[in-house]
Design a protein around this ligand. Structure first.
Ligand SMILES: NC(=O)C1=CN([C@@H]2O[C@H](COP(=O)(O)OP(=O)(O)OC[C@H]3O[C@@H](n4cnc5c(N)ncnc54)[C@H](O)[C@@H]3O)[C@@H](O)[C@H]2O)C=CC1
Ligand SMILES: O=C(CO)COP(=O)(O)O
Length: 328
């Protein structure tokens, strides 16, 4: 919709024939965005060749577990010079790769034209043209700026950032903390607990991100704290809602099937648990959520275990900084 507002003719690809017909005939997409009329500049097809044949820019927003499969389908129609943008928040299950790594493996020639679009941006609000800020990260400045120009509108303000790793890791990890804050609300815990999870969650997002090569300041930006705030507090968040239902005692499988949409935070918790061991980084909140989601731990016990951890400094970097001294 943002691209259509910027005068692009938008061709959507979907594997669902009925959804394509609905978009082409009625300009609606009722399962995903009920009560919304789409721009007539948007059409849909189930034929990838048709979708990509004249494309200047390809935006991929497949769930993380399906990214490789979808990019493989794009591969025969890819042309050098096309801008490739992804908006997916997660890691590839099993390989633990970031989405840009998966895309570059499948389309090695696209590296300098590849960007990630991330930040606080629930689709339900973007479609209403509610003011939204977002970040585009790319290895290449010219590609970041071309992509920024393609998306920027008076209601959709786009910034650029050269830190692809930080933007991707921030966008993925905030979903873990959103599930946790939903869980805390479902358990009846208060605002203090929510603020604690968001703040200490941001600390562990940054720790893993930096170990993976990200710039720490990216976590103070839109793809870090910005997306963390919206996902932990918005009625639109699927990750928060999933956590809330778990906190109310529903089983994970029932929660996921009732949602009918992707809840990236579940698989991302497993990936982050594995990455934290690979990079030897402490992620106590992620560890507890992993035990709840994947090993059936009682969430109340998980909260007790988090609160009962050995006492420590708030920030090791500050506590051990020779320029910051304690008073005797
Ligand atoms: N919904 C939102 O507001 C935002 C979502 N995202 C990210 O975008 C990604 C997708 O999320 P949503 O569109 O919200 O999820 P969704 O669950 O609403 O839609 C996912 C779509 O992908 C299709 N799909 C699933 N597996 C597929 C496969 N193997 N091949 C082809 N198509 C497949 C589904 O049929 C569905 O149409 C996620 O990584 C999410 O974190 C990012 C920013 C905002
Ligand atoms: O990433 C999002 C908003 O920026 C969407 O979050 P949910 O997947 O939790 O709905």
């Amino acid at each position: 919709s943002v691209l259509a507002d910027n005068q692009y003719a938008v061709q959507m690809w979907t594997r669902n024939e009925q959804q394509a017909n609905e978009i082409n005939c009625n300009h609606t997409n009722p399962r995903f965005l009920p009560d919304v009329v789409l721009s007539s500049a948007i059409s849909a097809t189930t034929d990838m060749e048709e979708a990509m044949q004249d494309a200047e820019l390809v935006l991929v927003a497949a769930p993380s577990h399906a990214m490789r499969e979808v990019v493989k389908q794009c591969k025969p129609y890819y042309r050098k010079g096309m801008l490739i943008v992804h908006a997916t928040k997660g890691f590839e299950p099993g390989t633990l790769k970031r989405m840009s790594e998966v895309i570059i493996e499948e389309l090695p020639d696209c590296r300098s034209e590849l960007s990630v679009l991330s930040g606080p941006s629930h689709a339900e609000e973007v479609i209403q043209k509610s003011p939204t800020t977002i970040v585009i990260a790319s290895y290449n400045k010219a590609s970041a700026e071309r992509t920024q120009d393609a998306f920027i509108t008076p209601y959709f303000r786009v910034y650029t950032n050269p830190d692809m790793t930080g933007v991707e890791v921030g966008g993925a990890l905030k979903n873990i903390i959103a599930v946790c804050t939903g869980l805390a609300n479902g358990l009846g815990l208060g605002d203090n607990a929510k603020a604690a999870l968001m703040t200490r969650g941001l600390a562990e997002m940054g720790r893993l991100g930096m170990a993976m090569g990200a710039h720490p300041l990216t976590f103070a930006g839109l793809a870090g704290v910005g997306d963390l705030i919206v996902t932990c507090t918005s009625q639109h968040s699927r990750n928060w809602r999933a956590g809330y239902m778990l906190g109310q005692g529903k089983a994970l499988q029932d929660v996921l099937s009732s949602m009918g949409m992707v809840v990236e935070g579940v698989k991302t918790t497993q990936a982050a648990y594995q990455l934290s061991r690979l990079y030897k980084v402490e992620m106590p909140i992620t560890d507890q959520l992993y035990e709840v989601l994947w090993n059936g731990k009682n969430p109340k016990t998980a909260v007790e275990d988090l609160m009962g951890r050995m006492k420590t400094h708030e920030m090791e970097e500050v506590a051990h900084n020779p320029n910051v001294t304690w008073m005797e």
